[in-house]
Ligand binder design. Structure first.
Ligand code: ATP
Length: 268
């Protein structure tokens, strides 16, 4: 089951008196929705993700998940980073079961759940391997299994695939989005990759900087699975690129605009 995220009037300064990194962000992400954040470097995407994860507290406003104010990180809302941060002295199974171990779950339960998840992420043959012997993509799959083990309601991904080769990246983008849809997990992903945004998102938020804000958003409205070479996919890609480029020339404003109608028209 997923969870609803409400972002209520968030403004954030890293230093008192400095210009805000994020200003007056207001949004709602529905349970089970997949949202992708894109925007130029430094517009505050990671900061917003850290605020949702409870790794940072906003200077003003608050984030609520299922109506509960986020004041610290929780296993129910799990964050994955570009580097999978695995423990090199542990094998795949031990790394994947770490969250359950911390939660004090019984050994037999951990073993069963980890076996299930390693199969889901395609690593069942590697359960006894040391994580140092795995490729970058396989290590990211271990991190994914570890994140899923605690049945998260929300998965927050900060450019998790950017260090991977194109082939591995493409399969993980599809698989993670499909897993989240199957389990109804709410997914928020930060990326610089326009194709990744259209491949994974129900809704894309385009952020702008100085101060960081959501400038524009649109619903992708494409069926699953998505084909990057398809005509509709390419049409949406063009619209997103245009919006992205246009957002650079926009002066700060209040409410983001939505582009569902325009996309529908382009897609026929
Ligand atoms: N810990 C910090 N202390 C002070 N300033 C910070 C800190 N972290 C980020 N910033 C500043 O906040 C702004 C937004 O940074 P953030 O990393 O959220 O942007 P981003 O959109 O994720 O960037 P990128 O796409 O390059 O990863 C930047 O100007 C950055 O320098």
């Amino acid at each position: 089951m997923g969870a609803t995220i409400s972002i209520n009037g968030i403004t954030h300064h890293y230093k008192a008196g400095a210009d805000p990194v994020l200003q007056n962000i207001e949004n709602r992400i529905d349970s089970g929705e997949c949202v992708v954040l894109i925007g130029r470097s430094g517009c505050g995407k990671s900061t917003l993700l850290h605020l949702i994860a409870g790794l940072l507290q906003p200077s003003e406003g608050c984030v609520k998940i299922n109506g509960h104010q986020v004041v610290r990180p929780m296993a129910k809302w799990n964050m994955m980073f570009q580097k999978p941060s695995l423990y090199p002295w542990m094998n795949v199974r031990q790394n994947a079961g770490l969250g359950l171990e911390f939660a004090g779950r019984p050994k037999a339960e951990i073993r069963g759940r980890v076996d299930e998840l390693l199969t889901l992420v395609g690593l069942s043959e590697y359960s006894d391997a040391n994580v140092r012997s795995l490729s970058g993509g396989q290590q990211q799959r271990v991190a994914l299994a570890r994140s899923l083990a605690t049945n998260p309601e929300v998965l927050l991904l900060d450019e998790p695939f950017s260090a991977l080769d194109a082939f591995t990246r493409a399969s993980l983008q599809k698989e993670v989005a499909a897993i989240c849809r199957d389990f109804g997990i709410t997914l928020v992903t930060v990326t610089h990759d326009i194709d990744e945004a259209i491949l994974m998102a129900d809704r894309v938020m385009i952020m702008n900087r100085n101060p960081g804000r959501i400038e524009h958003e649109f619903e992708v409205a494409l069926d699953w699975p998505r084909d990057t070479a398809g005509v509709d996919f390419q049409a949406r890609r063009r619209v997103l690129m245009e919006q992205f480029e246009r957002s650079e020339n926009v002066t700060p404003m209040g409410k983001p605009s939505r582009d569902r109608v325009a996309l529908r028209r382009v897609g026929g």
